[in-house]
Design a binder for this molecule. Structure first.
Ligand code: SAH
Length: 272
């Protein structure tokens, strides 16, 4: 098994000795039981991933010595996830899976039917860091303070398409809004929006170039109870919003996050 990975906020360089904070000391010393001289990998978004060794371990704390660089940093695609916080376990799952699936920013939004207990940002950020360590990425996603949906949409940079997962049709009296007015499939929307790029970008040769040519994107998934009629009308009226269907079955919010992110990364992201 390869050496455990640890996300370090300080700068990494050849020979640097870095003191671990309390949570890191607990993780490395108590959970992983590493001793002086044991190897690990340290990483961050700026300096990439480095081989390191435990340099000191005592009651006062632990430190690691950075040795050589193993991999230069590489950014995840410019993809934001806007999600309505759900029950605690499901929110934790959303944060963990979105990190594994390469989301750059996590943006909790409060919608009319959001029933979230309070959003604990410290807890979510610890989950994101742990997932980043496990999943071989170089950064943990940024997690912003929860804001209302209206506030998140206000002042939106229109060059970032907002893919809005909308399971409903337009017929208010029919179950799930009937068939009329249903959003097109996610893949279809990704295909159409991509066609708007310049041919040079579309036919870029290298994987890197293709990934970097994908315009910035965001995904919006609603709460357990879905969006209200007013929210749906407001979202559909915005020029940068693309309503999409994730198929004929109603998914739980956390499943919708995982399914949609997988399709986006396969079609537009870095799964190549
Ligand atoms: N409206 C429902 C279910 C909401 S599911 C209810 O009242 O119970 C939670 C969120 O997942 C939705 O807001 C939507 O963003 C997304 N979602 C779930 N299934 C979907 C589907 N088949 N197509 C598009 N979005 C879906």
């Amino acid at each position: 098994m390869s050496d455990p990975r640890l996300l370090i906020d300080q700068a990494l360089s050849d020979g640097a000795e870095i003191a671990l904070d309390e949570a890191q000391t607990r993780h490395v010393g108590t959970v992983l039981r590493l001793e002086v001289g044991d190897g690990l990998r340290v990483f961050n978004a700026n300096e990439g991933e480095w081989r390191a060794k435990v340099a000191a371990k005592s009651k006062r704390g632990m430190s690691v010595r950075v040795e050589t660089q193993l991999r230069p940093p590489r950014a995840v695609p410019d993809l934001d996830l806007l999600f309505a916080p759900v029950k605690r376990h499901a929110t934790d799952l959303i944060v963990e899976k979105a990190t594994e699936l390469g989301v750059r920013r996590l943006r909790p939004v409060i919608t009319q039917r959001t029933i979230a207990e309070t959003v604990r940002l410290d807890r979510l950020s610890a989950i994101a860091r742990e997932a980043a360590e496990q999943t071989e990425r170089f950064d943990a996603p940024e997690i912003s303070e929860p804001v209302s949906l209206a506030r998140a949409l206000d002042g939106w940079d229109a060059s970032r398409l907002l893919i809005y997962a909308d399971e409903q049709g337009d017929e208010t009296s029919a179950p799930w809004g009937g068939q009329r007015g249903r959003a097109p499939a996610l893949l279809e929307i990704l295909g159409r929006s991509k066609a708007r790029l310049t041919p040079g970008e579309r036919h870029a040769e290298s994987v890197e170039a293709r990934r970097d040519s994908a315009p910035p994107l965001a995904l919006l998934i609603g709460p357990e109870g879905g969006f209200t009629i007013e929210e749906r009308a407001m979202l559909r009226a915005l020029v940068f919003v693309r309503p999409v269907s994730l198929g004929p079955r109603i998914l739980r919010a956390e499943t919708a996050v995982i399914a949609a992110l997988s399709v986006i990364q396969a079609a537009w992201g870095d799964w190549r």
